[in-house]
Write a protein that binds this ligand. Structure first.
Ligand code: KG4
Ligand code: ZN
Length: 340
């Protein structure tokens, strides 16, 4: 098959607050479009499920039209529809799954329900080509912090190695930003402030040496809150940049140490990092440094592909379609706690 003969897959992502649409043919991203309701959630300091679901409903059709327009393609060019079936916010997922079914049925093409975390890993193939089997993936976002063993993305289930036992890494960023008086989402302002600060406050590295691949960030968040409170109570100024840098160092240290340990324990020499927190400058730098020292190839997609988007769903859908994987039934459910 030449590139142009390969199936065109439309991908739809609505698990959280981004309405993402992507078009992928073979291993190539043809076009994508994104609508975000993040500004509508900012005043609440976190994503409000009902607001997200309603925003998806309004954005769904226009976002699909925008992606097709950008590609110069029409509905009838689509050969398959892929959609995030879970995990995520129930009402938000439902909008994407219902839309995907409607498009698949109307266009007479197969439907593929995909796992959100597997899609976060699959997106890297659009930039860096096929993923060596097996690879290890570190996924860090507002909703998840997981270490995964990734065999064949299209045909074999991803194996969880560890996950957060409480707050996700991005959630910790958002909560610490809030207590430092920074806007939501908190990752970018903390990242920026940290560049001006010194990481010299010894915040805890929970579960660091426990031999598991699990994470815990809630104690770190509390430690930062206590430290800041003590300063305020004593009437002393809070060195915001140093607090941000020290918090960020604790997160990046634990994430990268466990990711490298997971690669070593499984004899894997490729690490993929994805999710919104993968945009973090310190995490990227420390991961690059530790992977190089350990002889591990590090793959991190560009930031726009790390956060939730439709291209990642289309990428995984495309891998499944080309591997001849059986499509999903039209009664595919949206499953907020979808297992891997
Ligand atoms: O993947 P994503 O867009 O959405 C989901 O949560 O699924 O990730 C959003 C998260 C937020 O918690 C945000 O604060 C965090 O990613 N984030 C960052 C950075 N940019 C975004 N965290 C640390 N450093 C950043 N530069
Ligand atoms: Zn995500």
């Amino acid at each position: 098959m030449t590139g142009a003969d390969r199936p065109l897959v439309l991908g739809i992502e609505t698990s959280c607050d981004e309405t993402g649409v992507g078009l992928v043919r073979g291993g190539t991203l043809i076009a994508d479009a994104l609508a975000s309701s993040v500004d509508e959630h900012a005043r609440y300091g976190g994503v409000v499920p009902e607001i997200a679901a309603r925003a998806h409903l309004e954005a769904m059709v226009p976002t699909i039209e925008r992606a097709l327009d950008r590609a110069g393609l029409r509905h009838r060019d689509v050969d398959a529809v892929a959609v995030t079936a879970g995990p995520g916010l129930a009402g938000a997922l439902l909008v994407g799954v219902a839309a995907a079914k409607a498009y698949a049925l109307a266009l007479g093409v197969p439907l593929h329900g995909v796992h959100h975390l597997a899609a976060h890993v699959a997106v890297d193939t659009l930039e860096h080509g096929p993923l060596p089997r097996p690879s290890v993936a570190l996924l860090v976002s507002g909703g998840h912090s997981s270490l995964l063993l990734v065999p064949d993305l299209a045909t074999e289930p991803v194996v969880p190695l560890g996950a957060t036992v409480d707050d996700a890494a991005g959630e910790a960023y958002d909560k610490v930003a809030r207590l430092l008086g920074m806007p939501f989402p908190g990752g970018p302002p903390i990242d920026a402030a940290a560049r001006e600060g010194r990481a010299d406050i010894a915040f805890p590295r929970a579960k660091a040496g426990d031999g598991t691949f699990d994470f815990s960030f809630s104690g770190l968040k509390t430690a930062v809150a206590r430290w800041v409170e003590a300063r305020r109570r004593a009437g002393e100024p809070v060195p915001v940049a140093d607090v941000a840098a020290s918090f960020q160092e604790a997160v990046a240290d634990v994430l990268t140490a466990k990711a490298v340990a997971a690669c070593r324990s499984r004899g894997v020499d490729t690490l993929v990092i994805g999710g919104g927190v993968a945009a973090n400058s310190r995490l990227r730098a420390l991961a690059a440094q530790r992977c190089e020292a350990a002889g591990i190839t590090l793959r991190v997609p560009r930031p726009g592909l790390c956060t939730d988007n439709g291209a990642m769903v289309a990428a995984l859908g495309s891998l499944r379609v080309e591997a001849g994987v059986e499509p999903s039934p039209l009664d595919l459910p949206a499953t907020s706690a979808l297992a891997l």
